[in-house]
Ligand binder design. Sequence first.
Ligand code: ZN
Length: 174
Amino acid sequence: MPANDYTLTRRRMKNIRMTVRAGTGEVRVSAPLRTPRRVIDAWVESKAEWIELQRSKALAAPAPLAPGPEADALRRELRPVLAELVAAWVPRMGVPEPTWRVRIMRSRWGSCNKDARSLNFSLELARKDRHLVEYVVVHELAHLIESNHGPGFYAVMDAHLPDWKSRRAELNGR
Ligand SMILES: [Zn+2]
């Protein structure tokens, strides 16, 4: 890859960071405000092998969803799966009945607002197997008990879904 073939963003940060976008393979670099461009170019060049590997993976992965007919169709597939999982796990975990929505979320599979008892699920879950969707449902419901990822949270996960770590690894492609 040519050294200048990337999108550069300057930020208040200490180290240079780089991501490769799923679907397009676009390389995005964020760098500290004062790092000279030649230093960034050299850094990017030193990562050439890593970039090639990430790009081949990124191009094989589907592009992130955007609003439109495909998103609508996936939403119609995902909603009943979520409804069934939430209905099954709420009594099992003894948590209050939450409200939930499906949203286009870029970097997370779900989120939980404990006080409002509301959950969000990423539409990207429509492309995942049911046991992985189930992991996200149990994870977000566990946040109705413990809002942070502390020992209490993981104890809830261990109690209800003993194999949650392997499901999380599979969901995140590891
Ligand atoms: Zn969480």
